[in-house]
Design a binder for this molecule. Structure first.
Ligand code: GMT
Length: 374
């Protein structure tokens, strides 16, 4: 197959899933063309089967808002024709699905049929998708796609309910590549950041409000009252300044380290003991899966699709959004007993194995084939 993949090239989960999927599909012998405005962060190697097409947007002075969607649509039309693509797989509804549907309609006028598969990732439905300024376009693009997937049952339900959509949607969960995400021996690093054997608590995200990082800090403050512990915060974004302020107010001093954006997250996860994900909404929780693959139990909220990944009482615990007291209590329960901690770590890894890239990518591949055969 000759597949075009459209995604956000930055650090977000949807871009990671799209890029890792494209790389895996290419390794299975298909040709994969990434079409986006910047080389995807995880597209760190090229093979004879992967191609990258950069979308250029004119900055003509008349444009207060450079029309990326129009430039992307034109580029899609061009790449479908020049690379003779069989299928477009677009990740995140806005603006990728709508650009692909318009490209499909333009190509139809030239007698070219290009099927479009849209994968919804979460906030494209639960936050921006329901914004009145996008809703009709999102609904139309989903309805006009030849195939639609969501990353959890929860997101599928949200798509039906929020957008009042009634069509077939296939759930294909996020996946993990154990060649990259597995516990590595980084003892020297652990000694450097936790010289007195402190418990290492970790959180990774894009530091947006929806991640509730203030809850991460408040849970950590409670853990720290009971045992020596440190908190590592990986990522960056608009909330960072408020979180730094909160850490000062709670007098957490040097026990919290802001590591910023990191490329080798797996190396840091490998030395930690517990992962916190108290998100307001989360369609799947790829960051938690990455942590579990590195043998970390997860204390999370029970929002969205997280319960489809984190098993309450086994791989960690699920608490109501904002229930800091319960999250702290459960975290301490896991951390205070070394044998219990070991068991939760083992369970987390075993659960992560159910989302192995080698099991999930063939589901996408079969879905491509099904849509092409239609
Ligand atoms: O988590 C984010 O805010 C980034 C976002 C994205 O669109 O890149 O992640 C979403 O997609 C991931 C991959 O499918 C999911 O694992 C995340 O749960 C989802 N985030 C939310 O729903 C908030």
């Amino acid at each position: 197959m000759n597949i075009g993949i459209v995604c956000y090239p930055t650090y977000g989960g949807s871009g990671v899933v799209a890029t890792e999927l494209g790389k895996a599909i290419a390794l299975r012998g298909h040709k994969v063309h990434f079409i986006t405005y910047k080389q995807p962060a995880r597209l760190d190697f090229f093979t004879e089967n992967t191609f990258y097409h950069e979308v250029y947007v004119s900055n003509y002075p008349l444009f207060d808002f450079p029309p990326y969607e129009t430039a992307l649509t034109s580029h899609l039309v061009d790449v479908v024709k020049s690379a003779k693509l069989d299928l477009l797989h677009v990740h995140y509804a806005i603006p990728h699905a709508s650009a692909a549907i318009l490209a499909k309609q333009i190509l139809a006028t030239e007698g070219i049929h290009i099927p479009v598969i849209t994968t919804l990732h979460g906030t494209d439905i639960t936050l921006v998708g329901k914004d009145a300024s996008f809703e009709p376009v999102v609904r139309y693009s989903i309805n006009m796609s030849d195939g639609v997937t969501t990353v959890s049952e929860s997101l599928k339900k949200d798509t039906f309910n929020i957008l009042n959509i009634c069509r077939e949607i296939l759930v294909i969960p996020n996946f993990i590549d154990f060649n990259r995400f597995s516990k590595q021996d980084r003892g020297h690093f652990k000694t450097a950041i936790a010289p007195n054997g402190e418990m290492l608590i970790v959180h990774t995200s894009n530091f947006r409000k929806v991640k509730r990082i203030d809850d991460v800090v408040k849970v950590f403050a409670e853990i720290k009252k009971k045992m020596p512990a440190k908190l590592l915060l990986i990522g960056d974004g608009p909330e960072r300044i408020n979180i730094e302020k909160l850490c000062r107010e709670l007098d957490l001093g040097e026990s919290v380290t802001f590591l910023g954006k990191q490329n080798q997250v797996e190396e840091i996860l490998s030395v930690c003991d517990l992962f916190l994900m108290p998100s307001e909404t989360e369609s799947f929780g790829l960051a938690a899966l990455e942590a579990m693959a590195c043998e970390l139990p997860v204390i999370s909220s029970n929002a969205g699709g997280i319960p489809e990944l984190n098993i309450d009482g086994k791989t960690g615990f699920l608490c109501d959004v904002g229930d800091v007291a319960s999250m702290a209590e459960k975290a301490i329960y896991i951390l205070e007993d070394p044998i219990r901690l070991k068991l939760f770590k083992y369970n987390a890894l075993e659960r992560a194995k159910e989302f192995d890239i080698h099991q999930i990518v063939p589901i996408y591949e079969a879905f491509y084939q099904k849509i092409l055969n239609k």
